[in-house]
Write a protein that binds this ligand. Structure first.
Ligand SMILES: [Cu+2]
Length: 146
């Protein structure tokens, strides 16, 4: 006598997981991108040597026009942590680059804040990276003096 074995494939329940993942994954990717941009934006120069003492802090306001920077600080202490609030008071977009740290490109009337570390001697130079603006005069050098 023959035994009959009926093998039926197991009935698969419809799985909800892949669909949920398909929704959740793009959200995670977007959040990660936002976080990455935020970190880059508030980033500090990576080449600075850590000062042994707590560095001085300087608050600096910079007005940007065609084609110049105007700062309310004439000098900065060596190694100071400099917080720069830049405002576009001009008629075309501008930005400010200090060492390796740049602001957003700012539309008319917009402001952005960046934090940079002053060198331990010499001077710190700032430029606008919009093509043509630096040669037109958008550059500023602030001496570092103790
Ligand atoms: Cu500019």
């Amino acid at each position: 006598m023959a035994s009959t074995t009926l093998e039926q494939p197991p009935v698969r329940e419809q799985q909800q997981r892949p669909r949920r993942l398909a929704i959740a994954l793009p959200i995670v990717v977007v959040l990660a991108a936002v976080a990455a941009v935020t970190v880059v934006h508030s980033g500090r120069p990576t080449t600075d040597a850590a000062a042994s003492a707590r560095p001085a802090t300087v608050q600096m306001t910079v007005s940007m026009t065609e084609f110049a920077f105007r700062a309310d600080v004439a000098r900065m202490p060596p190694g100071a942590e400099v917080t720069i609030e830049a405002t576009n008071d001009g008629l075309v977009p501008h930005d400010i680059l200090a060492g390796t740290v740049a602001s957003r490109r700012l539309s008319i009337g917009e402001s952005d804040t960046i934090t940079v570390q002053a060198p331990t001697s010499g001077a710190m130079t700032f430029i606008c990276t919009v093509p043509g603006h630096e040669p037109a005069g958008m550059t500023m050098t602030i001496p570092v003096t103790g």
